[in-house]
Design a protein around this ligand. Structure first.
Ligand code: ATP
Length: 533
């Protein structure tokens, strides 16, 4: 873990040193949990966004994209449940004054017990060697069974307390688990209070409750309120999806771990509208499809896992996360939620506008509330319903962090020197190729400029002639440039250049006529997209 901590610190300074991420308003000492993307970060972020957006809209004929405003009518957030329920339980340590999320304290304590179990299993595996049966050990070893019972008991209390909004019980669980503040070491806790995470502001010049609006805490609602507009103008047939990327804002209680949890961040969300009753099938479809998208990056499969939600959000009938192994452990990267007709049903109720879909082959209740009490027979002549929704929701910044944390490597080279290299999937790299004249004389710069002109209309390329070639390679390695093209004296004679590949550092000599096609094939998004379908 110490190593991972160092790796994480190293990553944060690498991001700053190479123009990926800066603290917001750094000259004023920064603003807590808000970050700016620099020249390389903005490119990488754009490429990740494009990869997501194209995978959604280009690979699926029935998914279209929109770009809704950040400000929305305030009733939106009443209908969605955010005004009443989008809050986190907050608790302070009286001695250190440090603020925590009560749910995260409990989850952290449970994780610690899980770690103890894992240690026991590892120890036993070493002792018993090949004949070791982990499942058997877990179900029979007295100590492990005791730990597991403790976890189950805590989880059961935790789930109930969350469902019943029982803040006292949450505090009691923290006391019973003997959780101490990491700063003061004391167990001197305040009461647990609910804290709404939405930022509010005023629209126009008139102050007062009537003009209070919110910065959207998720992009999803912009999709729901446009459901009918898109369905009608795009003549969409169910099942179909609407995708959107954009900023979201949450006044997080504990914002930390760099860009993992920010107060201003970007989401990439897709809402897939389906017939009631088909949600399990589509939920499984999107779980699988989203995992394929992640795997198209070529990272080890063991970096990802599914985690089913213990407590379902107020709108969901099934939900899971795709977790990624960050330097600080497995954490949520993306959520996949079966949201039923919760959102559209509420928007229908609050707006008074019908948000139903006419489906001639459907016979059944109009919405999920009626489904609970009535049978399909009661609705033989009904062919309209409020669609159910499967949502996939991923944080662009979190994806950025996942990619960077896996790609940054410190390598010792054969000659004893060291290099920092970002082995990003080439299609995501901020710069696809760097073009170098070996020396800045003898007509080499002019020839190198010709190569820039050959490539720059298709890809983001850079031209560099400062410093010796070794230094120039290192700078490109550190920002993840997959190919460096060098123009030397031989180029002037036979029209060939060397291409040096970032990871292997191997060089090959190729004819300039073939250069554009070679680079194109190796850095294009196309092959990554092909891995998804
Ligand atoms: P968490 O449990 O980590 O607070 P969440 O379950 O509230 O996340 P969702 O509301 O499902 O998250 O949001 C979908 C995605 O948006 C998350 O999977 C995550 O990638 C991203 N996300 C949510 N909150 C933040 C944040 N404060 N900073 C960066 N990304 C975020």
């Amino acid at each position: 873990m110490a190593n991972q901590e160092d790796h994480f610190k190293n990553l944060i300074s690498h991001c700053k040193e190479y123009g990926f991420i800066f603290q917001s308003s750094e000259i004023y000492d920064g603003l807590s949990a808000v970050y700016d993307y620099g020249q390389n970060g903005a490119e990488l972020k754009n490429n990740i966004r494009t990869f997501w957006y194209k995978a959604m809209t280009q690979l699926n004929e029935n998914i279209v994209g929109i770009d809704a405003a950040i400000f929305m009518h305030p009733t939106t957030w009443k209908a969605s449940g955010h005004v009443d329920a989008f809050s986190d339980p907050l608790i302070d340590n009286k001695d250190s004054k440090k603020r925590y999320r009560a749910d995260q304290l409990i989850e952290g304590a449970v994780e610690k017990i899980e770690e103890k179990i894992n240690k026991e299993v590892e120890k036993a595996a070493k002792r018993f060697g090949e004949t070791f049966d982990a499942a058997m050990f877990r179900s029979t070893n007295a100590r492990v069974v005791e730990y597991q019972q403790k976890i189950d008991a805590v989880n059961a209390r935790f789930k109930k307390a969350q469902e019943e909004n029982d803040m006292e019980e949450l505090r009691q669980i923290i006391i019973d688990l003997e959780i101490a503040c990491e700063v003061s070491g004391s167990r001197n806790w305040t009461e647990v209070r609910q804290f709404n995470l939405m930022f509010s502001t005023q629209l126009g010049a008139v102050a007062g409750d009537a003009s209070t609006i919110y910065l959207r805490p998720e992009t999803a609602q912009g999709i729901f309120v446009n459901y009918l507009n898109v369905q009608k103008t795009g003549r969409m047939k169910i099942p179909f999806g609407i995708a959107q990327t954009g900023k979201a804002f949450r006044n997080e209680i504990v914002a930390r771990q760099f860009i993992f949890r920010m107060r201003e961040f970007e989401q990439m969300e897709m809402q897939f509208f389906i017939r009631p009753g088909t949600q399990t099938e589509w939920y499984n479809h999107w779980k699988e499809t989203r995992m394929k998208w992640h795997r198209a990056l070529g990272f080890p499969e063991t970096k990802y896992r599914f985690h089913d939600h213990l407590k379902l959000a107020h709108y969901a009938d099934a939900a899971c996360d795709i977790e990624f192994e960050f330097p600080f452990g497995f954490k949520e990267l993306e959520g996949i939620h079966s949201r039923t007709d919760f959102d559209l049903r509420n928007h229908e109720a609050f707006s008074g506008k019908k948000l139903q879909y006419f489906d001639p082959d459907y016979t059944g209740p109009q919405n999920s509330e009626l489904r609970k009490t009535q049978t399909d027979d009661d609705w033989k002549d009904n062919h309209s319903y409020i669609p159910y929704v499967i949502e996939t929701s991923i944080g662009l910044d979190r994806m950025f962090l996942a990619i960077l944390s896996h790609s940054l490597k410190e390598e010792k080279l054969d000659d004893g020197s060291e290099r920092a290299v970002l082995n990003l999937p080439p299609f995501l790299a901020p710069v696809k190729a760097a073009v170098f004249p070996l020396m800045s004389k003898d007509g080499l710069p002019e020839k190198a400029r010709e190569i820039m002109d050959l490539l720059k209309y298709d890809h983001n390329c850079v031209y560099e002639e400062k410093d010796n070639i070794g230094k120039r390679y290192r700078r490109q390695d550190a920002i993840g440039t997959p190919y460096c093209i060098t123009v030397d004296h031989q180029t002037l004679e036979d029209n060939t250049v060397t291409i040096r590949e970032r990871d292997s550092m191997q060089q090959e000599r190729v004819s300039i006529d073939k250069l554009a096609a070679i680079i194109d094939e190796r850095v294009s998004l196309k092959s990554a997209l092909k891995r998804i379908v």
